[in-house]
Ligand binder design. Structure first.
Ligand SMILES: C[S@@+](CC[C@H](N)C(=O)[O-])C[C@H]1O[C@@H](n2cnc3c(N)ncnc32)[C@H](O)[C@@H]1O
Ligand code: SF4
Length: 338
């Protein structure tokens, strides 16, 4: 809340300087707190689990498409139950998605119901929204899924198809209408529906159209700057300059007010020096075969969550977590403001 307020009122550079200073001072303390939670048996992890590694869209900017040569895998419901039992009791947050498209798993509704039975305080997923079925929507509403983020990056079918190579905008908007109606019929406010808008020069103006003309279909809106990634050398879209980015943010705020809950601008930080990061335990990612990694880092952890409790995996990897926290590795050169 305070962070969002500071982000809204301070000039971008001042906000970044403040965030870095806070991070420098509070980082070691936050890490100690996290470790105390772990020792006391409290929930200290945020995990993302890709139950399937496939996607029905081809977003030209998507860093996942750089994972060439990956194996398409699908987790069985039985394996998911094992992973959930070994991991979820340690988690304050679980996402049923990370790098891929969760609705490519045709049994996603069952996975949501199993995940919800572990009473994780914040359960969510991110989807492109085109394969949402009534069964999935029923499961989300029945289980009180906390949030579904839907990635939409165009307000016209033409731009949508140029970006994603599929003509699914109408279907996605229709699905969001069905979910809104189901929530209303059940008197439920959950799941909260967030739009993830990945923003670049060619689609930024359309964010305003979506925010203005379709704002009964969602609750909150994230306007994200296209990240500096390897794929940008081949993708046909361009990162925005700061002034242009914040001009759109200003217009979105006029329409959405506080429903615009995130507007991340990123400098290209590929050559910035390392800082302290205590968030590696907020970025645990599980693959369908049960292997575990620290997201963004390519650090695969020793162990497998289908057969080992996460406490055993933590113990096996403690030296690596320690190095990640101290930034003694090439873990993350992004200044994510955390
Ligand atoms: C990789 S997708 C996986 C989940 C799902 N398929 C979806 O699109 O929502 C997760 C999010 O990453 C975003 N994303 C992908 N490539 C990006 C990039 N280069 N910069 C910023 N965000 C990106 C997508 O827009 C999406 O919101
Ligand atoms: S839908 Fe998601 S995973 Fe698929 S290509 Fe687009 S951003 Fe990437």
């Amino acid at each position: 809340m305070l962070k969002q307020f500071a982000r809204n009122v301070l000039p971008y550079d001042a906000y970044q300087a403040l965030a870095r200073a806070k991070h420098f001072v509070a980082g070691p303390y936050e890490h100690q707190q996290l470790m105390a939670k772990r020792r006391d048996g409290a929930r200290y992890l945020s995990a993302r689990i890709d139950t399937v590694t496939a996607c029905n869209h081809r977003c030209q900017y998507c860093y996942t498409l750089d994972l060439t040569g990956h194996r398409t895998q699908l987790m069985s419901l039985e394996d998911f139950k094992k992973a959930a039992a070994n991991l979820f009791p340690y988690c304050h947050t679980v996402a049923l998605s990370c790098a891929w498209e969760p609705t490519m798993n045709k049994n996603l509704a069952d996975f949501i119901r199993v995940a919800a039975s572990f009473d994780v305080p914040f359960l969510h997923f991110v989807s492109n929204g085109s394969y949402l079925t009534e069964e999935i929507m029923e499961a989300m509403v029945d289980c009180g899924l906390d949030r579904m983020a839907v990635s939409i990056d165009a307000a016209t079918p033409e731009t949508y198809e140029k970006i994603r190579e599929v003509n699914d905008l109408e279907r996605v908007l229709e699905n969001l209408g069905k979910l809104r109606d189901l929530k209303a019929a059940r008197g439920s406010t959950k799941p909260l529906v967030n739009i993830n808008w990945t923003a670049f020069e060619e689609n930024a103006d359309e964010a305003i159209i979506l925010a203005r003309d379709y704002n009964d279909l969602f609750d909150t809106f994230w306007f994200w700057h296209l990240l500096p990634r390897m794929r940008n050398t081949v993708n046909p879209f361009h990162r925005m300059e700061k002034d242009r980015f914040f001009d759109i943010v200003r217009q979105l705020r006029e329409i959405l007010g506080n429903r615009l809950v995130s507007n991340e601008f990123n400098n290209d930080r590929s050559n910035k020096p390392l800082g302290i990061c205590n968030r590696s335990l907020d970025n645990i990612r599980v693959e369908p075969d049960g292997s575990v990694e620290v997201t963004c880092s390519k650090h695969r952890l020793a162990g497998n969550i289908l057969s080992e409790d996460f406490s055993e995996i933590y113990a096996k990897n403690e030296p690596l977590f320690d190095e990640l926290y101290k930034k003694n590795t090439d873990f993350c050169r992004n200044d994510c403001g955390r």
